[in-house]
Design a protein around this ligand. Structure first.
Ligand code: SF4
Length: 299
């Protein structure tokens, strides 16, 4: 939880309410999907996914009812990548809206549409946050237009979705989010230096003062970030796999996602932005059951 005054610019209640509403729509709802994330992608056996799986074929652990047969022990069975995956609502959108009336598992368009919708959903997730952070003005207007365009794409017909230039869309939205980040972090007192795209694998950053730092795209795999001050740091696309966030302060961190947190380690003392939840596997996390994007327990 970020404390009072965590943002350099005020975040009006109306804007945060809008953020919550937008993100509800972009939160994976496996009960309205048919297990697309367990069918569409292909995997080569790795530390994240224990077996080879060709694209377009159901995972061997996917049950007939579209639930994961090893959901309660994904990490123990060698599938941590499944725990951290998030479709940003693409599964239910494709199943319920885009291809409504068809079984998306049998529709050849699914292989193309699912990854596009996932990327559009992720960009919308970040644009919603940008809207919540910015005061009225030209930059906010620009973000609002980009968000409206992305929202329109998310609800578009299959042919329009298939034609999306995802690389171009990511580049354009990424540039815009970069300007938002600069505007927001400009007011951070004692702002730390930027380390954009830095190789910080296994870095010893315990207690580091990284407040307001630009860590966009930084590779922080296995980094020791215990007790680090990451308030208002820009973590867009930062790789936090295995990073130790115990006791770290991420209050107001920009563009941080739930999958990033799920891939990291932390504890009850780790402070998080208000809109993210503490992963259940973190030390001392509340004992409630995890709601992972691949949570396919019986309804
Ligand atoms: S969540 Fe379960 S069924 Fe889905 S891909 Fe992972 S292991 Fe397979």
């Amino acid at each position: 939880m970020s404390g009072p005054g965590a943002y350099p610019v005020p975040v009006p209640d109306r804007a945060t309410a809008g953020l919550a509403a937008a993100r509800r729509e972009l939160t994976a709802d496996c009960s309205r999907c048919v297990g697309l994330c367990c069918v569409v992608p292909g995997f080569v056996a790795s530390a994240d996914f224990a077996v080879d799986k060709p694209a377009g074929t159901p995972c061997r652990h996917l049950r007939a009812d579209a639930r994961c047969g090893i959901h309660d022990d994904l990490r123990g069975r060698g599938f941590p990548g499944c725990v951290v995956f998030d479709c940003f609502g693409a599964g239910q959108q494709l199943t319920q809206v885009t291809l409504a009336g068809h079984d998306p598992r049998a529709d050849p368009a699914t292989a193309t549409l699912f990854p596009v919708l996932r990327q559009v959903g992720e960009l919308r997730w970040h644009l919603a946050e940008a809207l919540a952070r910015l005061p009225a003005g030209p930059l906010r207007d620009e973000v609002a237009a980009a968000e409206a365009r992305a929202r329109q794409l998310g609800g578009a017909a299959p042919a329009e979705i298939a034609a999306v230039d995802t690389a171009g869309l990511r580049r354009d939205v990424g540039d815009l989010l970069g300007r938002v980040s600069e505007a927001v972090r400009a007011g951070v007192p004692g702002r730390a230096r930027d380390r954009r795209n830095a190789d910080l694998v296994g870095a010893a950053l315990r207690g580091a003062r990284l407040r307001g730092a630009g860590l966009r795209g930084a590779c922080l795999i296995g980094a020791d970030l215990r007790d680090a001050d990451l308030r208002q740091a820009d973590l867009l696309g930062a790789d936090l796999r295995g990073a130790d966030l115990r006791g770290a302060d991420l209050g107001g961190a920009l563009f941080l996602t739930q999958p990033q947190l799920e891939a990291a380690r932390g504890d009850a003392a780790t402070r998080l932005p208000d809109w993210l939840r503490r992963p259940a596997h973190w030390v001392g996390a509340p004992g409630r059951r995890r709601r992972s994007p691949l949570d396919r327990q019986p309804r």
